[in-house]
Design a protein around this ligand. Structure first.
Ligand SMILES: Cc1cc2nc3c(=O)[nH]c(=O)nc-3n(C[C@H](O)[C@H](O)[C@H](O)COP(=O)(O)OP(=O)(O)OC[C@H]3O[C@@H](n4cnc5c(N)ncnc54)[C@H](O)[C@@H]3O)c2cc1C
Length: 340
């Protein structure tokens, strides 16, 4: 039936001797259709940077799509945030709700959650964004995919994630009441993890490959307790157990001696790693895999791709900073669209 319909549709072209021109006609139609589905800008990430970019782009009336696995960003898990400008104190969840409400109040912006961004590619003057479910076309891209906790990369880490291996002390410290716990990393986040654990844990081993504490003096003062034992100049070799973490195997870097600590938990606090994989083959990254940007206009090394927030080489990784950077990126992308 369908074939008959196609043949009848083609008949007038046949009569006019236009059959050889059909492929070109179809090609033009396909390109027109593609253009109709091309966004002016696609924002990757729905943390403070992405949401701020989304609000500004939508208000500039550019055809905008925001894609993020989740909305709210990293600090959604925080119990208390005290430096989000305009709020003396709020929880990470409240910040997520505020950001989401403001974003969804914008007319014309499309928001897609629960899709994982896989890769951005250049296609002629435009770009394609591939997720695990779809493919989208756009004239500009704003990368605001933020960062995630760096992993140790040792045997047992993935196996026991959520079963004793933890990355957020604010969220998980109460689960280690009367337990023996290892904290890896003596930077500020490691020291803060120890402070979070002090009211709960039975014993806290603080470990680092460095031989002295890396974080701020004021925080180091706060972890002075008989519950805390320093094991500096050490390296984790593996995390072992049956169903949950039972022991941590580590090596003394100087002597090479390998020992084990019976422990039911381990907090990995060794910094963050930027979520820049989706553009790693396209834009210039620094050694830390952060996207290098021109901080005046948030431009990356590829014209048409902008970036903002913790995924970039911005010095200060903070929510209020990220949102300001997102605003700058959206305005720069709109300027680029106008000038294109
Ligand atoms: C526990 C914790 C507490 C913090 N507390 C504070 C604080 O009190 N004050 C403060 O100013 N800052 C705080 N920070 C830092 C702050 O959260 C970050 O600086 C800020 O969230 C960065 O915003 P962003 O939009 O750049 O990235 P993110 O917040 O990381 O958001 C990135 C978004 O992109 C999405 N995403 C990433 N990759 C993909 C992908 N491949 N596909 C689809 N979606 C993707 C994620 O789902 C996420 O929503 C805290 C951070 C943590 C971890």
């Amino acid at each position: 039936m369908n074939c008959l319909y196609i043949l009848i549709s083609l008949y007038p072209y046949y009569l006019n001797n236009e059959i050889p021109r059909l492929p070109r006609v179809l090609g033009v139609a396909r390109d027109k259709l593609k253009n109709m589905n091309t966004y002016d800008t696609i924002i990757l990430g729905g943390g403070p940077a992405g949401v701020a970019a989304g609000i500004y782009a939508a208000r500039k009336k550019v055809k905008t799509l925001l894609i993020s696995e989740h909305l709210g960003g990293q600090s959604t898990v925080s119990a208390v945030i005290e430096n989000w400008i305009g709020d003396i104190k709020l929880s990470g969840f409240d910040l997520l709700k505020k950001l989401e409400n403001h974003l969804r109040a914008q007319e014309g912006i499309e928001i897609i959650t629960a899709e994982k961004i896989m890769a951005v590619k250049k296609e002629g003057k435009n770009f394609s964004v591939a997720t695990d479910k779809n493919n989208y076309q756009t004239k500009t891209v704003i990368v605001a995919t933020g960062a995630k906790h760096r992993q140790l990369g040792v045997p047992g880490e993935d196996q026991f994630a959520g079963k004793g291996v933890a990355y957020c002390s604010t969220c998980d410290a109460p689960m280690f009441k009367n337990k023996d716990v290892v904290v890896v990393g003596t930077g500020n986040s490691g020291l803060e993890a120890v402070i979070d654990l002090l009211p709960y844990a039975n014993k806290i081993y603080l470990m680092d490959v460095l031989e002295k504490i890396f974080g701020e003096e004021t925080l180091a003062e706060k972890i002075k307790s008989e519950k805390v034992e320093m094991l500096l100049g050490t390296k984790i070799k593996s995390i072992e157990g049956s169903q949950f973490v039972e022991k941590i195997i580590y090596e003394n870097i100087k002597s090479g001696e390998v020992k084990e600590i019976p422990a039911q938990g381990i907090f990995v606090e060794i910094g963050m790693t930027p979520n820049s994989d989706c553009v790693k083959d396209l834009v210039k990254l620094n050694k830390a895999k952060e996207i290098e940007i021109d901080h005046k206009n948030m431009a990356t090394s590829v014209p048409g791709i902008f970036a903002a927030g913790d995924v970039t080489d911005v010095l200060f990784k903070q929510s209020s900073v990220a949102s300001g950077e997102g605003v700058k990126a959206a305005l720069a992308a709109c300027g680029y669209l106008g000038n294109k």
